[in-house]
Design a protein around this ligand. Structure first.
Ligand code: APR
Length: 245
C-alpha cells in the first residue's frame, strides 16, 4: 500500500504565496517518474555490467579507457532518448511565471527540465546531450539519434561526454552561480536527491544559513531531512503539482 502524502503546512503555503526568490535543487528522483533510473534510493546503488557507476563514470576510467566511459553514456542516452518530462518538471516550469526569481539547480544531465519549459536552469553536472573536446574544450550537441562524436572538428582530438565524472570538479562558474542564488533565496526546495553528493548537497545548507525556509520532497529520508524546516514525504510528481492547486 502507498503511504499517504504529507500535507503542505500553512507556513509553507504562506511562504510560497509571498516569496520572490526561490531556489529548487533537483536530483535523479525528479526524473524517476519519467522512467529515468535513480543512482541510489530504495536500498539500491547503481551498477552497470557489474561495475559500480562511481567507477565507470570516473575521471580515472576516462584516463584509462575513454571508450568504456562512452559506452556507459551511449547506453544512458539510449535510455533517455524517448523519455518525457513528468508532472514534477512541468510544475517547476510553471513556477517561473509565479516568482520574480526561480532558479532550478539540477544535478541531472537529462535536459528534462528544459524540455518541460524551464529556462533558468543551472546544470551542475553537465549534460548528456553534449560532448566536449578533451583538448580545446570545444563543445557540440549530440542529436537524439546520433552516435557518439568521433573527433573534435576544431583540433582533431577525442571528444568526451560533457558530464562531470566522479573525481572531477564542477563546470567553471556554475556552482558559483548556484551559490549566489542559494545565498539570496527565501524559499528552497530540495527535490529527489539523496543529498549525498557534494558540493551540490551544500546548497540547501547555504540557503538555510541565510534564513531561507528549506523543504525537502522525497519518498525517503536523507541526511538533509533532519535539518530541513519541512519534509514532504512522497513522489515529486504527486507533491509538486499540489502547490499549483
Ligand atoms: N520523487 C522524488 N524523489 C524520488 C523519487 C520520486 N518519484 N523516486 C526516488 N526519489 C529519491 C530517492 O529516494 C533518492 O533519495 O531520489 C533520490 C535519488 O538519489 P540519487 O540516485 O543519489 O540521485 P542524486 O542525489 O541526484 O545523485 C547525485 O550522484 O552519481 C551521481 O552524478 C550523479 O548527479 C548524480 C549525483
Amino acid at each position: 500500500m502507498q503511504s499517504p502524502i504529507t500535507p503542505i503546512s500553512a507556513e509553507l503555503r504562506r511562504l510560497f504565496a509571498s516569496s520572490t526568490r526561490v531556489l529548487v535543487l533537483t536530483g535523479a528522483g525528479v526524473s524517476a517518474e519519467s522512467g529515468v533510473p535513480t543512482f541510489r534510493g530504495g536500498g539500491n546503488s547503481s551498477v552497470w555490467k557489474g561495475i559500480p557507476v562511481e567507477e565507470i563514470a570516473s575521471a580515472d576510467t576516462l584516463q584509462r579507457d575513454l571508450p568504456a566511459v562512452w559506452e556507459w553514456f551511449d547506453y544512458r542516452r539510449e535510455v533517455l532518448r524517448t523519455l518525457k518530462p513528468n508532472p514534477a518538471h512541468q510544475e517547476l516550469a510553471r513556477w517561473q511565471d509565479r516568482f520574480a526569481e526561480l532558479t532550478v539547480v539540477t544535478q541531472n544531465v537529462d535536459r528534462l527540465h528544459q524540455k518541460a519549459g524551464s529556462r533558468d536552469v543551472i546544470e551542475l553536472h553537465g549534460n548528456i546531450w553534449r560532448a566536449r573536446c578533451i583538448n580545446c574544450r570545444t563543445c557540440r550537441d549530440i542529436a537524439p539519434h546520433e552516435g557518439r562524436p568521433q573527433a573534435c572538428r576544431r583540433c582533431g582530438e577525442s571528444m568526451r561526454p560533457d558530464v562531470v565524472l566522479f573525481g572531477e570538479t564542477l563546470p567553471p562558474g556554475e556552482f558559483e552561480r548556484a551559490t549566489r542564488r542559494a545565498s539570496r533565496c527565501e524559499l528552497c526546495f530540495v527535490v529527489g536527491t539523496s543529498s549525498l553528493v557534494y558540493p551540490a548537497a551544500s546548497l540547501p545548507e547555504i540557503a538555510k544559513a541565510v534564513g531561507a525556509y528549506v523543504c525537502e520532497v522525497n519518498p525517503e529520508r536523507t541526511p538533509l531531512s533532519d535539518r530541513c524546516d519541512e519534509v514532504l514525504t512522497g513522489k515529486a510528481g504527486e507533491i509538486l503539482p499540489l502547490f499549483g492547486t
